[in-house]
Design a protein around this ligand. Structure first.
Ligand code: ZN
Ligand code: ZN
Length: 441
């Protein structure tokens, strides 16, 4: 057994700072630490890389401080044996990368100055050779108390940036992640999207909810789409998303609606909840009431939004998974002889009734063909001017209302047309209420 291992070191240990004597069962004895450090220092290591080997032994110090103390201990042990103390010029492991931490922080702050953020996080890339050397050291000396070099770099850069910009590092959901490539001191920003919640109403029957690329050219622009790249001139997404994106200085927007209505259906009542996602926003604190007025001016007579406020990715998940019941107003042309009494009798029979719907023919090109059960919760006649019948129908989420009315050649069963015994044609459809319980505090 060499003198630096085992009990021979007992006297030395008692002379060391108290942190190295802390009784902690998972932690190696001081003598083992010094022995491992002594072996590690057969190579030139900086205090950071030395201290990082024992990062999990004690969390009250920086790696550099810990490395400095351990180096002193190794120096003492070596001097007792008449050996020279460890020297340090260029770290074998990191090539003195930590000298560049202030430069990395500068580069981060330069990039961060281009965007607005409340919280941030640092990530880093290091030369693969550095990581290989670190792993080699761990496999030689044991890495169970070590911290990877990226962890220390991220933290040290983060500390400087944090105190300079006066905004905190955030691990959970930072507004921006600054990724430092330490080989070139270059920085890439990953800016968290800006999410804006609201409800929209749509008063026209010729625009879709979301941007719809041209089928012929897939958005590139062709004769068919008059070189717009789009099937429809505009959409709720564009009417709402474009002004928000302009204000936020983003690069693109995405629209997450709580379901969607058909292009030819109006969306009335309280409106439909949605979240607009703005990619790569340069500004986050935007004047939403002002934007709301602007959207409503530009969208006048077509689309209106209410209650714009800042939202989150979590709320997008809630909106996408919500399954609210809906209330529709539907105008129906009845092609045959029925009287009011018969209609009322049939409507009565549909209260809280389950129907089976095979995927409608009109959507079968994009949806799997399957049968699903849905409930017709309530139906009410609000007008009958033969042959025009106007109903208010409340249904469970996911019901195909047009198909419930006309029967879709027997693919929806029972249906209104089937029960009345005459063909029924949907003349117009409006969503007049979405019974969601999310979003509005
Ligand atoms: Zn080093
Ligand atoms: Zn086209």
């Amino acid at each position: 057994m060499s003198p630096v291992q085992g009990r021979e070191c007992g006297g030395l240990v008692s002379s060391l700072p108290t942190i190295y004597k802390r009784p902690f069962p998972l932690v190696p004895r001081m003598s083992d630490i010094v022995a491992r450090a002594d072996r590690a220092l057969s190579r030139d290591l900086c205090d950071h890389c030395l201290g990082r080997l024992f990062a999990l032994v004690d969390t009250g110090l920086t790696n550099r401080e810990r490395g400095e103390s351990i180096r002193m201990a190794v120096g003492l042990v070596r001097s007792l044996k008449g050996d020279a103390p460890p020297t340090h010029n260029t770290c074998w492991l990191c090539v003195n990368i930590f000298d560049s931490v202030p430069r990395f922080a500068e580069a981060v702050m330069k990039e961060l100055s281009k965007v607005e953020f409340g919280t941030f996080l640092i990530g880093s890339r290091v030369d693969p050779e550095i990581q290989e050397r670190e792993e080699r050291l761990w496999s030689e000396l044991g890495g169970e108390t070590a911290e990877p070099i990226k962890g220390e770099l991220n933290r040290e850069i983060g500390k400087i940036v944090e105190s300079s910009v006066g905004r905190p590092v955030e691990f959970g959901a930072p507004d921006v992640v600054a990724l430092v490539d330490t080989r070139f001191a270059s920085v890439e920003l990953d800016v968290t999207p800006l999410f804006v919640y609201g409800r929209y109403r749509k008063f026209v029957r010729d625009i879709p909810q979301t941007r719809w690329p041209c089928r012929m050219c897939r958005g590139k622009g062709c004769k068919r789409c008059h070189f717009t790249g789009k099937m429809y001139e505009t959409s709720v997404q564009e009417i709402v998303g474009d002004p928000i994106m302009r204000e936020a200085g983003g690069s693109d927007h995405f629209f997450h609606g709580m379901g969607r209505e058909d292009i030819d259906a109006r969306m009335l009542g309280n409106g439909r909840p949605f979240v607009v996602e703005i990619r790569e926003p340069r500004r986050r604190s935007i004047d939403l009431p002002l934007i709301e007025r602007r959207v409503n001016d530009e969208g006048k007579g077509r689309v209106e939004v209410i209650g714009l406020r800042v939202s989150s990715r979590e709320e997008v998940r809630q909106i996408k998974s919500a399954s609210p019941s809906k209330v529709y107003r539907v105008e129906i042309a009845i092609n045959g002889k029925v009287n009011k009494e018969k209609i009322n009798e049939v409507l009565q029979s549909f209260k809280r009734t389950r129907i089976t719907q095979q995927t409608p023919v009109r959507v079968s090109h994009r949806r799997a063909d399957l049968a699903r059960e849905r409930m017709i919760i309530d139906t009410e006649m609000v007008g009958f001017d033969d042959p025009l019948l106007t109903l208010v129908i409340k249904t469970e989420a996911g019901t195909y209302v047009k198909e419930f009315v006309h029967g879709d050649n027997g693919r929806t069963n029972p249906s209104l047309s089937g029960a009345l015994g005459v063909p029924c044609e949907v003349k117009s459809l409006d969503v007049i209420d979405i019974a969601d319980d999310t979003g509005d505090e």
